[in-house]
Design a protein. Sequence first.
Length: 303
Amino acid sequence: MKLIEEITEMLSSESPNLNNALFKTKVLLHKLGEKGLIAWVDSELNGYQDSQELPNYRILSVTVLGNFSNMVYRYTEQPLPLFHLDEKIRKSIETTYLRQSIAVLESYAKDDSHLTITIPPELYCSLSKGLDPSYSVDRAWGKHSAGSMLQVVNEIRSRLLDFVLQLSDRIPNEVENEKMKEKSKEIGTSELFRNAVFGDNATVVVGDSNIQNLKNTIKTNDFESLAQELRKHSVQEEDISLLKTAIEEDQNSPELCEKEYGSNVGNWMVKMLAKATNAIWDINLGVAGNLLSEALKAYYGWP
């Protein structure tokens, strides 16, 4: 298929154009009828919103550096001890989340030597407690390892290339446009994409705003509100009825006290995910898993 060949050439050239390759991938996914996957491309092109879960390759560890001194000595750009900090605070300053567009990351990749992560002055006092009592921190910042931004860009490029190469092995060059969507479902494009981009058994869903709104539309222990939400996502009436029966049969299950599904609801979930995998339920598998999980948590009133 010509479009796949063009994307492959862009990604594998000596001077790859990742931005244009993503735009062409968006066109390709549209032709294949994989609208749920286009959300990932849009997020890479436009950046990720604060409400979106980031793929692991966009989360970096950083080294916390600082300047500190006492009445006699002053040290600059030294690693600061962190193990005395509260775990949540420590993780927040040891980690950076790259929500910028791919164009911005590519510009960082050309020269990331001056990129730093700001640490608020309110934490300087807490950071000072890890030092000798005579010293105090007067500035602190985070810094990722050299070449980290280039590694992130290369990771995106490599994963996208893996995806299109696998597609090229499964989609014949002579396939007609009107049969592309049918062929896409036949070869399991969504599964190929999920495994190539996010890794085996990943459940990351990027850009599905419907997931964010579930808890606002489903009322606790109100099955009708749950049913209405499932109908919006093409869940059949027969499956909704089976879920209602499963919930009723599990109402005294001890698992519910531990915020876990009863056996009947669990079995229903497995059958629904199998339908998504086999394209009987017309929905991306990753979206299906998150949708059902979040919908049921909202119904049960679980956080």
